[in-house]
Design a protein around this ligand. Structure first.
Ligand code: X2X
Length: 344
């Protein structure tokens, strides 16, 4: 009889363990958290979303379950509304570009100032230094918890019409730009004809010839096959602007999590961001130019600008830089310039 009882207890215990694993989510946890990104895998930014979700699942033993919504589908594809949607609760977490959130957070325009960041070390000097800390404080004051910096990348110019090596070459070209007025100012100063549209609208507009050109990192160019799908036969490597990505969680969602889960989500973001930056820079850090060579191999005519040639573009956009330095905040811009000049 005793043996029977013992067996029964073991059976009950086993049933309990399998039905209710130890890592039961807290009662107020959602069954699924919505993570927004603009592009999908295999672009590094899209991979970062999947990777963050995967690592969180692993590190929280499934207590936090994330679904990735690429294409900013939670805001109908309008990437400039993403940050507002996080604040309003329609998005729980996101990996967002500084460009797309700059309509709500003017300081993020810093990264879109033409020719502020000459190389990857300059990006790191900002994101890993005082500027990065200051930007995070601003995000924290606007209902989000920033956890890690990732990277979309240096935005190179492409078009369907002709090689562009000097500002004059841009005259009259219709260029699709992202949703910050700073980009309209930059391309207007260069004599181009910029029009603002979402990424979702950009590819069809380029394919139909409604616009001639665009600017995006090469990791997006190759995966979206812009040379074929959008007739982008000419590429200019000018490194005028780079957009970092920021991993954030909505503050109310963050506060609903137990400290050990917050820690897990943070560690997962740091890991996914590290991998993301490596992927975003692959084949692009001199002397490795294999990604540029890959684009040349697709039949694209690539103009790699010399420093002197970049200088002509910098000069032509100087007034835009000065105007936006005032709008962004002269102190933050000065801090950024100092961090960059001291970079190692
Ligand atoms: O829309 C773009 O160009 C993209 C995908 O790079 C951003 O979301 C900033």
């Amino acid at each position: 009889m005793k043996k029977c009882y013992a067996l029964l207890i073991v059976l009950v215990a086993m049933t309990f363990t399998f039905t209710f694993p130890l890592s039961l989510p807290a009662a107020d946890y959602k069954a699924e958290y919505k993570l927004s990104t603009v592009v999908a895998k295999p672009m590094p930014w899209g991979i970062a979303g999947e990777r963050w979700a995967e690592l969180v699942k692993e590190k929280t033993a499934g207590r936090i379950n994330i679904k990735v919504y690429p294409g900013v589908s939670l805001v109908g594809g309008d990437q400039t509304k993403e940050y507002t949607a996080i604040r309003q609760g329609a998005i729980d977490m996101a990996i967002g570009s500084t460009i797309n959130w700059s309509p709500q957070i003017k300081e993020l325009n810093l990264f879109s100032m033409p020719f502020l960041m000459p190389d990857y070390k300059a990006i790191d000097a900002l994101t890993r230094g005082d500027v990065g800390k200051e930007v995070w404080k601003i995000l924290e004051s606007k209902d989000t918890v920033p956890l890690a910096w990732g990277e979309n990348g240096f935005r190179e110019l492409s078009n369907s019409k002709k090689p562009v090596r000097k500002p004059d070459d841009l005259k009259g070209l219709k260029i699709r730009v992202v949703g910050s007025p700073l980009f309209l100012d930059t391309f207007t100063a260069l004599g181009a004809n910029p029009t603002q549209m979402s990424w979702a609208d950009a590819v069809p507009a380029l394919s139909s010839g409604a616009v001639d050109g665009q600017e995006n990192p090469l990791t997006i160019f190759t995966v979206a096959k812009l040379h074929a799908a959008a007739n982008q036969k000419y590429l200019t490597i000018w490194g005028y602007v780079a957009d970092p990505l920021i991993f954030v969680v909505s503050k109310s969602v963050w506060n609903s999590w137990k400290p050990e889960d917050q820690k897990a989500v943070r560690e997962a973001a740091v890991q996914a961001a590290k991998e993301n930056i490596e992927a975003a820079r692959k084949g692009l850090i001199p002397p490795d130019d294999s990604l540029i060579k890959e684009v040349e191999g697709l039949g694209v005519t690539v103009a790699r600008l010399t420093d002197a040639e970049k200088g002509a573009f910098r000069k032509a956009t100087k007034e835009v830089y000065d105007k936006w330095a005032k709008q962004i905040g002269p102190e933050l811009v000065k801090k950024a310039e100092e961090s960059i000049s001291k970079r190692k």
